[in-house]
Design a protein around this ligand. Structure first.
Ligand code: ADP
Ligand code: MG
Length: 232
């Protein structure tokens, strides 16, 4: 589906929240690297997609009504066999139906388990005064607890992206800390600029979250994506 098509489909269904699959498709078309993610609507389909992608895989709930998937028992990582995939499929649907009895469920997403990297996040929210603002930070507790993040107003110039990455206190972790491999910082800067131009081209997008992105010495890939649309 085209970028327009994905957004129009959500609008027609009166959904503001795109599913992870729709959000990733949209970002992929904007040149942003995401983990290839497919929708399964049955246990059997989840297994056959896993076999096609190759193990280990990750299964996640696909529902516009479930925004925080892992909090609700909606994410199963590192599945190595068809049997584990089948069990995870049932467990995810069981947990979600219990916690969100009214949720409209599109299915379960299937994706390859990405190799570990340094977790970073890129987000966009709209400020009443400044309009769209991008946020960059290191993922996990560094963002949640320490709020170690940097902000810039959209549209960003290359210099903004450079500064954003270097401003966070955790920047030494990206340069390679205590024997850890350094990550490709230039690639992260390019990614931030791609997100900025995506946001510029899509004023209908109200919120965006790439959380987490796994950063490597040779590139980066978003393993989760969230896109929320504003009033049409
Ligand atoms: P949530 O809706 O809870 O944010 P995520 O899709 O971010 O769900 O998944 C939760 C965590 O699982 C991520 O922060 C990441 O550490 C891990 N994870 C998710 N997808 C993958 C993947 N494809 N490969 C490896 N780890 C993943
Ligand atoms: Mg996430």
């Amino acid at each position: 589906m085209t970028e327009r098509g994905i957004i129009e489909k959500a609008r027609k269904e009166s959904r503001k929240v795109l599913t992870e699959i729709e959000a990733k498709e949209l970002l992929k078309q904007a040149g942003i690297s995401v983990v290839d993610t497919r929708l399964a609507t049955s246990r059997e389909e989840a297994i056959s997609i896993s076999q096609r992608l190759g193990f280990p895989v990750v299964l996640k709930i696909a529902s516009s009504d479930v925004v925080h998937k892992s909090d609700a028992g909606g994410v199963k990582l590192g599945l190595k066999t068809a049997n584990q995939v089948g069990k995870a499929y049932d467990a995810i649907l069981g947990a979600i139906k219990k916690q969100y009895p009214g949720a409209k469920i599109q299915g379960v997403s299937v994706q390859k388990m990405a190799r570990p990297g340094v977790e970073v996040i890129i987000g966009m929210s709209k400020d009443a005064q400044f309009g769209p603002v991008l946020m960059f930070g290191l993922g996990g507790i560094l963002v949640e607890v320490l709020k170690d993040v940097s902000f810039r107003i959209v549209p960003l110039a290359p210099r903004d992206a450079k500064e954003m990455v270097r401003e966070i206190k955790g920047y030494p972790l990206l340069e390679g800390y205590r024997g850890q491999e350094p990550v490709d910082v230039a690639n992260l800067e390019a990614l931030i600029l791609k997100v900025s131009s995506f946001v510029e081209r899509h004023p209908e997008v109200d919120e965006l979250d790439l959380n987490p992105i796994f950063a490597y010495k040779d590139g980066a890939v978003a393993v989760d994506a969230r896109v929320i649309l504003g009033e049409s």
